[in-house]
Design a protein around this ligand. Structure first.
Ligand code: COA
Length: 261
């Protein structure tokens, strides 16, 4: 297992727990942290026994308070574009990861932190979490996919309000606009996220991967093509051993044992 400095990477059975671990900087995403995150996700991808991921932040205050502003401060046009493309590449890789990723948002998810949460497949939040895209107050815009994922998740009107004001919204409001799936008391959040990830890890892995692919790629396609793509993935699912096992187990009135084949 890699030797990480800015993240913690733990394997809990089929669930990998990744914790951003710079609490003294509110887990701000500097380039070393992004590199380590990329390596951790590559390790999960290559590990057949890893079936789901929980991503959270260390400390009571922050999930991640954004990209590291000390790194942003020195950027010029060319450097800024490269900086944004690097983060976007990682976040897209996470979003396309065929193993479900659950964000456990334990505090501030601002700027790149909010963008990171949005690149996860499911978001659970603590009642004490705050979400925001405050880049406008720094004279910039989100560069890690925030303008696009926020408007797709929460709708254009809520997205533009957050982007143009830079205001933070509490977890309850984030739930209301569809930015998070569920909100829990702070001391319950991680347990809930791990329990959800375990539940996801026990499902048929190839079917889970096809669900992620259908939503991730299909939602940007016209409906007709997207449904055709869904039918193709449905066909692939029908060719798996897990489909035979799942349907047989139902008919034999017993729980299925999926193998990811
Ligand atoms: N980049 C770099 N460092 C950051 C950071 C970021 N995005 N967010 C917080 N930090 C650092 C602070 O500089 C401070 O470091 P220091 O102790 O060496 O001075 C430390 O984390 C603690 O933050 P602090 O601001 O003292 O905490 P707070 O509780 O008073 O305020 C926030 C919390 C989240 C409101 C505030 O830190 C903040 O506004 N952060 C920036 C959010 C942002 O604009 N993100 C988008 C970046 S593109």
């Amino acid at each position: 297992m890699s030797d990480f400095k800015n993240i913690l990477f733990e394997k809990k059975g089929a669930v990998s727990l990744i914790t951003l671990n710079r609490p003294e900087k509110l887990n701000a995403l500097d380039s070393s942290t992004l590199k380590e995150l990329s390596e951790a996700f590559a390790e999960v991808d290559g590990d057949e026994a890893a079936r789901a991921v929980v991503l959270t932040g260390a400390g009571p205050k922050a999930f991640a308070a954004g990209a590291d502003i000390t790194e942003i401060a020195g950027l010029d046009a060319e450097g800024g574009k490269a900086f944004a493309l690097r983060g976007q590449g990682l976040f897209r890789k996470m979003e396309r990861s065929l193993k479900p990723v659950v964000a456990a948002v334990n505090g501030f998810a601002l700027g790149g932190g909010c963008e990171l949460a949005m690149a996860c497949h499911i978001r659970l939040a603590s009642e004490t979490a705050w979400f925001g895209q405050p880049e406008i107050s720094l004279g910039i815009i989100p560069g890690y996919g925030g303008t696009q994922r926020l408007s797709r998740l929460a709708g254009r009107s809520a997205a533009l309000e957050m982007l143009l004001t830079g205001d933070r919204i509490p977890a309850a409001r984030a739930k209301e606009i569809g930015l998070v799936n569920a909100v829990f008391p702070p001391d319950k959040l991680l347990g809930e996220a791990l329990a959800l990830a375990e539940k996801l890890a026990a499902k048929a892995p190839l079917a889970a991967a096809y669900c992620i692919e259908a939503v991730t790629y299909g939602s940007d396609m016209p409906l007709e093509e997207a449904c055709y793509y869904e039918a193709t993935l449905f066909g692939l699912a029908c060719a798996t051993e897990d489909m035979k096992e799942g349907t047989r187990a139902f008919l034999e009135k017993r729980p299925p044992k999926f193998k990811g084949r």
